[in-house]
Design a protein around this ligand. Structure first.
Ligand code: IFM
Length: 475
């Protein structure tokens, strides 16, 4: 086994795993929770593999105590989860429902009792359906509703949660939700996807301000971006321009306003045929550009592109989102997505830890002084228990080693990475792919809800234990 724990992982480095509310909670009709866009979408025929939905999923709502015990068994020092907006504010406006808040308070208290730091994400894609009916993310008011919800959560849990994330992967919400339509709410309108992106940015900025007023100053506020590592197929000017265009649409559209207070001019030019951006109002960029305490990076695989006359609609994409004939890349019909060479996971995503190193170093340069967390990284494999009930997943162990080594190299190269959250704590509902893709450190039998720590979970626990004992010895 490679030695992954020798410094420079800093002593206070957080070792975590991540999940999200809709993917694990179930209990969709309990405690006054109303449908989110994902309830509606997953119950619409043809939207998810096998018609899978997350009405029960891994039943974490009822089993959270056992799940926290599993986290403690793994030795996790942090746990990243999201709050279901329609569980705490069912209509997306007005007062909160106490039962919903109480669930998260109990979860957080259980984590703290086990010495596990809670890292709370406000939005991991489950918009209350009522807000979608009122226009969803393409509608400006949704950003204001989100800020109100952020304030509610800050007031309810600011005394015990120190790590806050506004949005998880807003790219998926905007471009898979409103562009290619493979995610809820399943709309296929390129213009609406860019409006959604702007209003998600606005929501982030307004929520950050609302949280600042509601939570103690020591708490940390961040956003988690699935920033793409976009590589051109060649150094030709056309391929380089194609890569720049996708970089704007994947990264600049969010980190531009959030980190620098402006959209890239080239993004406006590339999307001129799709939208006039007139919904960006005076003062919006100031509202969006709020000081942050950290940046979350989610990384799975790099993206390889080349220039083309016209990309064939629905051509398979190296980012694994080729489930729709509609492109999630507005204004980029002249870009083709290629399969990156190399071994792939069950998602078809190429395994390339160099991309993680590259991504971390990029943000070290782009946002100097901003602490970074890898808030998601992981791999799906077709894991099955053997006759003795053990789950061996050597591929995931290799994936973990490769990516942790990349993080370690980035730290050695000067990056301020403060933690790593593996996706995911346990197998769960993988959105449009349903239950067919298993990302967990813990295997879940979906019939019986029996949880079994996989080989990768055991290995991760060893890595954490080694790191912690070295850190203790060094102290
Ligand atoms: O399961 C998802 C998660 O919800 C968001 N990031 C990517 C993961 C794997 O597809």
């Amino acid at each position: 086994m490679p030695d992954l724990t020798t410094p420079p992982f800093p002593p206070a480095f957080l070792w975590g795993a991540a999940t999200s509310a809709y993917q694990i909670e179930g209990a969709v009709r309990e405690g006054g929770r109303t449908p989110s866009i994902w309830d509606t979408f997953s119950h619409t025929p043809g939207r998810t593999a096998g018609g899978d939905h997350a009405d029960v999923t891994v039943d974490h709502y009822h089993r959270y105590r056992d799940d926290v015990a599993l986290m403690a068994d793994l030795g996790l020092t942090a746990y990243r989860f999201s709050v279901s907006w329609p569980r705490v504010q069912p209509t997306g406006r007005g007062p909160a429902v106490q039962v919903g808040l109480d669930f998260y308070r109990r979860l957080v208290d259980e984590l703290l009792a086990h010495g596990i730091k809670p890292a709370l994400t406000l939005y991991h894609w489950d918009l209350p359906q009522e807000l979608e009916d009122a226009g969803g993310w393409p509608e400006r008011d949704t950003a204001y509703r989100f800020a109100e919800y952020a304030q509610i959560m800050g007031e309810a849990l600011g005394d015990r949660v120190e790590q806050w994330t506004t949005l998880n992967e807003p790219w998926c919400s905007a471009f898979l939700g409103y562009g290619s339509g493979v995610h809820a709410p399943g709309r296929t309108d390129a213009g609406a996807s860019l409006r959604a992106a702007h209003h998600l940015n606005l929501a982030h900025g307004l929520a950050t301000s609302a949280l600042r007023s509601a939570i103690p100053a020591r708490d940390s506020i961040a956003v988690s971006l699935n920033s793409s590592v976009v590589r051109p197929a060649s150094l030709s000017p056309a391929d380089m321009a194609a890569a720049r265009k996708i970089d704007d649409l994947a990264n600049g559209v969010f980190h531009g306003p959030m980190l620098h207070g402006s959209y890239p001019q080239s993004l406006f030019e590339a999307t001129r045929s799709v939208t006039d951006w007139s919904y960006v109002q005076d003062g919006d960029l100031t509202l969006i550009h709020q000081p942050l305490d950290a940046l979350g990076l989610n990384y799975y695989t790099p993206t390889l592109v080349e220039a083309t006359e016209t990309a064939p609609a629905g051509s398979p994409r190296s980012d694994g989102h080729g489930l729709s004939a509609y492109s999630p890349w507005p204004g980029a019909d002249d870009v083709a997505f290629l399969q990156t060479p190399g071994e792939r996971t069950e998602m078809g995503w190429t395994i390339d830890p160099t991309g993680l190193h590259e991504l971390i170093m990029r943000y070290t340069r782009e946002a100097p002084g901003l602490p970074l967390y890898v808030t998601e990284n992981g791999a799906a494999y077709d894991d099955k228990p053997d006759p003795e009930g053990n789950v061996h997943d050597p591929e995931r162990i290799a994936y973990l080693h490769g990516h942790l080594s990349a993080v370690r190299r980035a730290i050695a190269d000067g990056a301020d990475v403060r933690g790593y959250y593996l996706w995911s704590l346990m197998d769960n509902f993988e959105w449009a792919y349903g239950y067919g893709k298993r990302f967990g450190l813990v295997h879940v039998d979906y019939e019986t809800q029996v949880r079994t720590i996989k080989g990768s979970g055991r290995r991760y626990a060893d890595i954490i234990r080694d790191h912690r004992s070295r850190a203790r010895r060094a102290a």
